[in-house]
Design a binder for this molecule. Structure first.
Ligand SMILES: C[S@@+](CC[C@H](N)C(=O)[O-])C[C@H]1O[C@@H](n2cnc3c(N)ncnc32)[C@H](O)[C@@H]1O
Length: 280
């Protein structure tokens, strides 16, 4: 079956509407593991009081919140996302600050009649099937010399929290995600990320890499929590495995996490994150 952008986006909206509350509780609101990136991103962009900022794919508002504190009452922040549920959480979490607003927009199609000083996009560029269109749209909405800040996960082998399970599962269920879906690590190297942003016409591009750590506890904790937090369409695929296949899958994942498992059975994953800054 041919990959269809509209279906992919619809599926993503359904998934994010489902997982947003769990995502917020487990990761975003508590700055767990890779979410130490939020402070780094805001720091690297050097946001000033009075700045007007758009936080694209704001999710539950973790970056939006940090920026609204930076720009103060004389500035303004807009958070935009395709998931209404995520934005509801973002609104609630940010109270009703007067310098903040949320809009339901798609990255490839948003339109504002004004331009911004800064646009941020954390952990989302890889979800946009036409990432060039999204980046060009971002550029159009930045003032001349305005700043872009993008955070992405590193390459699959540098983020074993994801790949230990994903690599194993796809051996048993090749269509675990719809065939043709964009790889979530397609901008996971300095070269690929820089190149994509340069192609959209940005200049003064810098990419820094950070390695954070995340401990999901023991192997049993890691696997149990995965099953607890995974989105419904993926859970349904996992449920097609019979008992024997499920046991084999678990053993394969256990093997994959061995290099990161300490003597006391606790797993400690390294987690590479890339943060790009550029000028319009
Ligand atoms: C991993 S979350 C990141 C959220 C937030 N930036 C953060 O750092 O917590 C990815 C977000 O991208 C949003 N998203 C996915 N595709 C999108 C699109 N085409 N346009 C706008 N938002 C999108 C999802 O709804 C989700 O909230």
């Amino acid at each position: 079956m041919k990959f269809n952008h509209t279906d992919y986006k619809k599926r993503n909206i359904t998934i994010w509407n489902e997982v947003a509350p769990r995502y917020h509780k487990r990761w975003a609101s508590v700055s767990q593991g890779p979410f130490a990136s939020t402070s780094k991103l805001v720091q690297l962009l050097d946001i000033n009081k009075g700045d007007h900022v758009f936080d694209l794919a704001c999710g539950t508002g973790v970056v939006t919140k940090k920026i609204s504190q930076k720009v103060g009452k004389s500035g303004f922040v807009v958070g935009g996302d395709t998931s209404i549920t995520a934005m509801k959480i973002a609104k609630k979490w940010n109270d009703s600050k007067s310098n903040l607003d949320f809009v339901n927009v798609d990255a490839e199609h948003f339109y504002f009649s004004k331009q911004f000083d800064v646009i941020t996009c954390q952990y989302a560029l890889f979800f946009f099937p036409n990432s060039q269109k999204a980046l060009k749209n971002i550029k159009k909405h930045l003032k001349k010399g305005g700043k872009l800040g993008i955070t992405v996960h590193g390459a699959a082998e540098k983020v074993p929290f994801f790949s230990s399970i994903f690599d194993a599962v796809t051996k048993f269920i090749p269509d675990y995600v719809p065939p043709g879906s964009p790889d979530l690590d397609r901008f996971g190297t300095k070269f690929s990320l820089k190149n994509e942003v340069r192609k959209a016409g940005f200049s003064q591009i810098t990419v820094k890499n950070f390695v954070f750590t995340f401990s999901p506890g023991t192997f049993e904790n890691y696997w149990r929590n995965y099953l607890r937090y995974v989105a419904k369409p993926l859970k349904e695929k996992l449920d097609t495995l019979d008992k024997k296949e499920r046991r084999e899958l678990m053993e394969l994942i256990r093997e994959n996490v061995k290099p990161y498992t300490m003597k006391n059975k606790i797993i400690k994953f390294p987690w590479e994150v890339l943060i790009l800054t550029a000028n319009a």
